[in-house]
Design a protein around this ligand. Structure first.
Ligand SMILES: Nc1nc2c(c(=O)[nH]1)N[C@H]1C(S)=C(S)[C@@H](COP(=O)(O)OP(=O)(O)OC[C@H]3O[C@@H](n4cnc5c(=O)[nH]c(N)nc54)[C@H](O)[C@@H]3O)O[C@H]1N2
Ligand SMILES: Nc1nc2c(c(=O)[nH]1)N[C@H]1C(S)=C(S)[C@@H](COP(=O)(O)OP(=O)(O)OC[C@H]3O[C@@H](n4cnc5c(=O)[nH]c(N)nc54)[C@H](O)[C@@H]3O)O[C@H]1N2
Ligand code: SF4
Ligand SMILES: [Mo]
Length: 726
């Protein structure tokens, strides 16, 4: 790794042997840090970048010296979403990039799968082996034995290429770990409103009268959004806040009401809220009449779901449910819902109930309200909007739509498979059966997918696994070939934030060793596969220009517009310009332009506490860590402040099981067990235990999925806890 200080020290030691006088001068300079700082500052470049972590989409400068990032600098120069502010991860974002553990050469497995023994090979050899294997598997089993994963961590351009390459190879088995992210809310909102993304820009949250934070902890998972927009609503504009979470979260201090449901039971609360709003006739009559269909069927479906019924299921007092329902019906509301609700098998039914509630209370299609999916990573939308899914084309149409396929075949020049592929959990399930090969770009499913011991056993059964990552992850340890990718600050491309803001980020550093940007790896592999004529790109701008002509919502997000407008544009941006800030002001995206209200029924979580496993176990994120930790554990300042996993236990439960804070405890579910320290705290409700998920929680979760959304049970499982003698 080139480092400016190393260079200075090399020069000084050389001089020591040759010229004492010069050495004296040099040591004088070395002792005077201000001179050194000035010398380095002269070589410094401020490169504008988008933050590599969450979907708030903060901008700042990477301070680059000689291709090496020294630190970050705040951007007060542009109308950025963060207005110069950053959270602890943003400030530390260059640290993992500079980690000595970054992958630097392609690797070939020499030991057993999962053992992590590899030898270094050349790029040419890596491409040759992968191309030969793809050919062999296609000939023996057909292209439907091959599955691809895109990523929330790679750019829009790179996700588009993953999609294009998988289809050029002939498979629709295409998904990404974001399957475990927004895939309850997204299909439900599409069903009701015809489209899933958030309806309003962040600035509208600051204008809301009521902020409902439901199964979401933006103070830790979208901290600058919380500080710049949510706190502003409460502190400056007098908005009321309601929190619905089995835990007390950091935003909790502003809340006038805190409902604490048992995990996985929020559907009962949402149904009861619909019941209250309809039976008390608090709904927006005009809106329901003019802009929705299906009200009578909805009314009929929720008539028995009283708050008293919901109290028995969720543990939330009926009167509190009434209070919150009345507030939502009478105030301009920002409904911030996220993974506490998405990541359940019954998350789809919850999201349908919530979309109904938003529609009948008229909290949509105007200023000062907020709802919609909140893809958590800087490029969650890059994957979703380039159609990384088993049933989609990048145009947003379905693979089964013959006309849409034909249109794309004309643009791309090759035949596109017409069958619906497998979602991520089904792919894992089919390993050892129909799935023989996986190509994983920027995903750590050995740790991020549910029931990880099972996932790891399944990965062992693959004929061939390619992992393209920046670190040797838990998943990479199962790979036959590991490809070293350039990281976020080492490439130019497009990111998309949760408020639909499309922005450019620029290359600020050189990748370590022989690592290459993901887009380039895919282009070079396509050439080796004989598909080079469809992948003639020499710069990400050329890929973005193709995206401008293929994906209608990005037509106006041209490289030129984004370069001139660092603040980006809001998709849909059908021509160069600001794009669409507020959705559904006139009609919805359904065929008749109306919101289609959906009757909903109560559905139990797949696993409930019983005598053997008497507690609910859920999990959450910490502000200082990112998912499976590949990047944040490699950021020294973050690892120091947030050092280890633990389990939150309510004092009443702790007493029952004889557990004190700091005790080593065993947390068990039917899938497995983990050992962690206990934190006895009122911050989690009785009957529920909660762990940060960055370490080992997925050993405990459940891979059962919803039949439509394919969402697994990642947040509510039955568990038990016991003290371990040390
Ligand atoms: N620091 C940090 N920020 C991130 C990420 C990260 O890994 N680290 N990841 C990003 C990504 S990809 C995403 S999707 C977002 C996710 O952002 P969030 O959804 O905010 O993330 P979580 O902390 O997983 O879950 C939110 C809350 O749900 C609560 N909860 C758990 N189960 C239930 C339940 O059954 N009902 C209710 N009502 N609440 C429940 C938890 O206690 C937690 O406080 O964060 C993004 N931002
Ligand atoms: N129990 C439980 N499980 C969960 C969740 C939960 O709340 N609870 N949350 C779910 C959610 S919301 C999500 S989004 C998923 C996330 O699941 P994953 O996406 O599998 O998790 P990450 O750890 O973010 O993995 C991203 C990988 O990309 C690599 N990477 C980073 N930058 C680059 C790059 O430029 N190029 C390449 N090629 N690789 C790169 C990282 O090193 C890392 O290995 O996890 C899900 N799993
Ligand atoms: S809030 Fe998100 S985008 Fe902003 S600095 Fe923090 S991690 Fe980066
Ligand atoms: Mo996510």
């Amino acid at each position: 790794m080139k480092h400016p200080f190393n260079t200075v020290f090399h020069i000084s030691s050389f001089c020591f042997g040759h010229c004492r006088k010069l050495f004296k001068v040099l040591t004088f300079i070395l002792n005077d840090w201000s001179v050194i700082r000035r010398v380095i500052a002269m070589a410094e470049k401020l490169v504008p970048v988008v933050c590599p972590w969450c979907s708030v989409g903060c901008r700042f400068y990477a301070v680059s010296v000689n291709g090496y990032i020294r630190k970050i600098e705040f951007d007060y120069d542009h109308p950025t979403v963060n207005r110069g502010k950053l959270c602890p991860k943003g400030v530390a974002s260059y640290q993992f990039i500079n980690s000595s553990k970054r992958l630097k050469k392609p690797l070939k497995r020499v030991g057993e799968r999962g053992e992590g023994k590899f030898e270094e090979i050349s790029w040419d050899e890596a491409y040759r082996i992968i191309a030969e294997k793809i050919k062999e598997i296609k000939e023996t089993y057909g292209p439907e034995a091959i599955a691809f994963l895109g990523s929330e961590k790679i750019t829009l351009e790179e996700n588009y290429l993953v999609h294009k390459l998988s289809k050029a190879i002939g498979t629709n088995h295409l998904d990404f770990p974001g399957r475990y992210c927004q895939y309850s809310n997204a299909p439900a909102r599409t069903k009701v409103f015809g489209s899933a993304p958030a309806t309003n820009p962040f600035e509208d949250v600051a204008k809301a009268e009521l902020i409902v934070i439901w199964g979401h902890n933006p103070a830790e998972t979208a901290p600058v959004f919380f500080g710049q927009y949510i706190e502003k609503a409460v502190l400056d504009n007098g908005a009321e806040m309601v929190v619905i979470d089995p835990r007390a979260t950091r935003g909790h201090k502003y809340a006038s009401i805190h409902l604490k449901p048992y995990p996985g039971t929020d559907l009962a609360i949402a149904l009861a809220m619909l019941n209250v709003v309809i039976s008390e006739e608090l709904y927006d009559r005009e809106f329901v009449q003019e802009r929705t269909v299906g009200f009578e069927e909805l009314k009929e479906s929720v008539k028995d779901y009283t708050p008293e019924w919901a109290e028995k299921i969720s543990g939330v007092p009926a009167e509190d449910i009434r209070k919150v329902a009345r507030l939502i019906a009478t105030k301009r509301t920002a409904l911030l819902v996220n993974e506490g609700l998405n990541q359940h098998v019954n998350g789809f039914e919850f999201a349908l109930a919530l979309a109904n509630l938003i529609a009948i209370t008229g909290n949509i299609g105007k200023e000062g309200v907020w709802s919609g999916v909140f893809p958590g990573a800087q490029c969650g939308f890059c994957a979703a909007m380039s159609g990384i899914a088993p049933n989609k084309l990048p145009t947003g149409k379905l693979v089964t739509d013959e006309a849409a396929r034909a249109e794309l075949e004309r643009l791309w020049g090759f035949k596109i498979p017409d069958w619906v592929g497998l979602d991520l959990t089904s792919m894992i399930r089919e390993i050892g059966n129909t799935i023989k090969m996986m190509y994983i770009v920027g995903g750590n499913i050995a740790k991020s997918a549910p029931n990880s011991k099972w996932v790891q056993e399944q990965l062992k059964k693959l004929d061939f696994l390619v992992v393209q990552d920046i670190f040797l992850t838990e998943t990479a340890k199962y790979a036959d070939i590991v490809l070293p990718a350039a990281a976020w600050f080492e490439k130019t491309g497009t990111a998309i934030s949760a408020e639909r803001r499309v922005q450019r980020t620029y290359k600020a550093a050189e990748a370590p060793g022989e690592a290459k940007p993901d887009w380039l790896i895919l282009v070079e592999l396509a050439k080796e596969l004989g598909l080079g004529e469809y992948f003639k790109y020499e710069h990400p701008d050329e890929i973005l220009r193709e995206i401008n002509s293929v994906i209608p919502v990005f037509k106006g997000a041209t490289p030129e517009y984004l370069a001139e407008h660092p603040e980006g544009c809001f998709f849909p941006c059908t021509e160069p310009g600001e794009g669409t800030k507020i959705l559904f002001k006139k009609g919805f995206k359904t065929a008749d332009g109306k919101a289609h209200l959906q009757p909903v029924k109560w559905r139990e979580p797949p696993e409930m506490p019983d005598e053997e496993y008497p507690l609910w176990l859920t999990n959450f994120r910490q502000v200082g860590h990112w998912h499976t930790g590949t990047m944040s554990f490699e950021s020294p300042s973050l690892k120091k402040r947030w050092p280890e996993e633990y389990v939150m236990i309510n004092p009443k439960d702790a007493e029952k099981y004889g557990i004190k804070s700091g005790d080593l405890v065993k947390v068990e579910t039917k899938r497995g067990s983990v050992l962690v320290r206990a934190e006895v705290t009122e911050h989690v409700r009785e009957g529920v235990i909660a762990m940060p998920w960055h370490w080992n929680v997925n050993v405990l979760t459940l891979e059962e999925t919803h039949e439509i959304t394919k969402m697994a049970e990642l947040k509510a499982v039955a568990a038990r806890v016991s003290k371990v003698e040390e």
